[in-house]
Design a protein around this ligand. Structure first.
Ligand code: ZN
Length: 239
């Protein structure tokens, strides 16, 4: 059983538990006119937000999670709501938040294979983004991101449409990347689905936590899995 598959099962259990707890009956009516595809995407986004909240990876009402729908647009975090209060019906179409729009639209434009984007400011990923070395990939779980991390240097609050072009260029420099580190800011997880983007974000933050702990132990250059086993776990995790 691959780690990703096992993680999917664990995530599904969390999804079900959180959804059962927060399922509001009134939403059934408001979602009645939507296609089954849109309802599923809204459901996935709603539970992704709640699951990030469950693991304390959210940041009050900030940060955002989106999914491509329909083809040339996307659905995204509403803002001004705590992530455990977000319901399927309050997920919004693009264009409500300039910063979110610039970041997410640049990813979708640069990568037609990406259908979901998670953007977080979790502590360990931000800390790794502040290091000169950037992400090191010291662990088996961290190998999922072997040769798959792109970087986009901080330009201040992302409210300049020109930054979207530069984000896209940086993403394309690492073909097939699944993480975009935004130094001094946060990171994005790029997934083929909401669940994949969620799992990558979870493991990236975990791998960054390990990196920070290993560096804090005082070793100048902790031994990573690079050159030993990095490519094998990466393949097995992605399949
Ligand atoms: Zn941000």
């Amino acid at each position: 059983m691959s780690t990703l598959f096992a993680a999917s099962i664990g995530l599904r259990c969390i999804y079900q538990r959180i959804y059962q707890r927060s399922k509001p009956a009134s939403l059934v009516r408001s979602l009645a006119t939507m296609t089954s595809e849109e309802k599923q995407i809204r459901y996935d986004l709603c539970v992704a937000h709640a699951a990030f909240h469950h693991f304390k990876m959210d940041e009050l009402v900030w940060n955002h999670v989106s999914a491509r729908y329909p083809k040339d647009s996307w659905l995204i975090t509403p803002g001004l709501k705590h992530w455990d209060e977000i319901s399927p019906s309050c997920i919004i179409p693009s264009s409500a938040n300039v910063t979110a729009d610039i970041i997410h639209s640049s990813v979708y434009s640069a990568r037609p294979d990406v259908n979901a984007v998670v953007h977080l400011h979790t502590r360990n990923a931000v800390a790794v983004g502040c290091l000169k070395e950037g992400y090191e990939g010291l662990t088996q779980d961290g190998s999922y991101f072997h040769d798959s991390v792109a970087y986009h240097e901080w330009e201040g609050v992302s409210d300049d449409p020109g930054e979207g072009v530069r984000i896209g260029e940086n993403i394309r420099k690492v073909p097939g990347c699944n993480i975009l580190v935004m130094p001094n800011h946060g990171f994005c997880s790029l997934g083929r689905s909401v669940k994949e983007a969620w799992i990558q974000a979870f493991y990236f933050e975990k791998a960054c936590e390990t990196q920070m702990v290993a560096f804090a132990a005082g070793e100048e250059a902790p031994a990573g899995v690079g050159g030993r086993a990095s490519e094998m776990p990466a393949k097995c995790l992605r399949d």
